[in-house]
Design a protein around this ligand. Structure first.
Ligand SMILES: [Zn+2]
Length: 395
């Protein structure tokens, strides 16, 4: 009788593990970190409002004040936007798109602070894209009042003010649902922006951050050809904008260390620290602690829009300063790392950073599988949670 119950229980557990084999296997394969890692990922810096140079200089000085146990200052990656509409030139040539890129003399102070921060080891430049839209899509809807106001407004406009779907670069959101851009046009555009990035910063882009996280295989293949080695993702790949404008068409669920096209590697950025959206200092600490429990790196999205308004710049900087102090106090062995370096460590399975021992991997896996809410409930219902808990205690 007891044997029968045990056997049927084992059968149920087996079926449960079989049903969830994909997410369970993905969590097992994912690299296990030996030390907590924090990477602030700053998106959208570059073409646009000229106040960015002063804001970035303040951030450079702030980051320099925070060092990890190895002496490395805090790092913020800069997902760089290389170009924005030249509204004055477009006023002279109605109907055609004209861009102004970071070579323009007015961007010299911004480029200088980006370079200074890179030399100091507090900024790490990444490719966000040539412009934060697909120019043809923008021009298709140039007559719409909100787009016309943006195109005919002041110079160096903020792309954050464009309707959200238009801010995607790698799908044609000139109509909704958006349409796929022909692969040949994507290839040409990526080659062009990679060339521009190299001209501006003296090296090929190594890390790409897809704008609004909408991209596809054609984009990845072109990035790989351009020298990109790592793609930053939110843990899934969106491929289009839906009829309501929201990102959709998810065709991939992504884990850290998973391979992308052309042998590039994906990393997952699914933590957020946006003081402009009400995140207080403790929000960052909570994210870093959670990721460390899972033995995952903490990549934190933090857009430039937090730091563009002079009236609140000081208070936003204070929140970040406070947050970094709090995190370092809670985790004295915290390490600051650039995304490119993290990707290299993952690919090399560097023993200084990646735990390859069975017990360490199993411990991390047992924590990670708790993030599957239905699986967790079914484990409790069927009693599979018990052997997992016993296993965790023995490790
Ligand atoms: Zn962006």
């Amino acid at each position: 009788m007891i044997l029968g119950v045990l056997m049927s229980l084992a059968g149920v557990w087996g079926l449960l593990l079989l049903a969830y084999r994909r997410p369970l296997r993905a969590r097992w394969r994912e690299p296990v970190l030996k030390q907590p890692v924090l990477i602030l990922e700053g998106d959208d810096w570059g073409a646009g409002p000229l106040v960015q140079a002063a804001a970035l200089e303040r951030l450079r000085l702030l980051l320099l004040r925070h060092r990890d146990g190895s002496g490395q200052p805090a790092i913020m990656t800069l997902g760089v936007v290389l170009e924005v509409a030249d509204t004055q030139a477009m006023a002279r040539q109605p109907g055609s798109y004209v861009g102004m890129d970071l070579h323009a003399p007015e961007y010299a102070p911004l480029r200088a602070v980006m370079e200074a921060g890179s030399r100091d080891g507090v900024f790490a430049l990444q490719l966000h894209g040539q412009c934060h839209y697909w120019p043809n899509s923008l021009m298709t809807v140039a007559g719409r009042p909100e787009v016309a106001a943006w195109l005919h407004g002041p110079p160096h406009p903020r792309t954050e003010d464009l309707p959200s779907p238009l801010q995607s670069r790698w799908t044609d959101a000139g109509q909704l649902p958006s349409r796929e851009i022909p692969a040949s046009e994507v290839a040409q555009a990526v080659a062009q922006e990679a060339r521009l990035y190299r001209d501006l910063f003296g090296q090929a882009p190594r890390v790409a951050v897809p704008m609004t996280f909408v991209w596809n295989d054609a984009v990845e293949a072109a990035w790989a050809r351009a020298g990109v080695r790592c793609v930053v993702t939110p843990g899934r790949r969106y491929t289009r904008r839906e009829a309501d404008g929201a990102p959709g068409g998810v065709d991939k669920v992504i884990s850290n260390g998973q391979r992308a096209q052309g042998d590039m590697v994906y990393v997952v950025r699914d933590c957020y620290f946006e003081p402009a959206l009400g995140h207080a200092a403790g929000h960052l600490a909570a994210a870093v602690l959670r990721k460390w429990r899972e033995r995952r790196p903490c990549l934190v999205e933090m857009h430039r829009f937090n730091f563009l308004d002079d009236a609140v710049l000081e208070s936003r900087l204070q929140i970040l300063d406070h947050a970094l102090r709090e995190v370092s106090g809670l985790l004295p062995n915290l390490r600051f790392l650039a995304t490119e370096a993290l990707a290299d460590d993952i690919v090399r399975r560097d023993a200084a950073w990646i735990d390859r021992a069975f017990a360490g991997r199993l411990r991390a896996w047992l924590v990670r599988i708790r993030e599957l809410p239905r699986f967790r409930k079914l484990c409790l219902l069927t009693g599979l949670a018990l052997p997992f808990a016993l296993l965790e205690r023995t490790l």
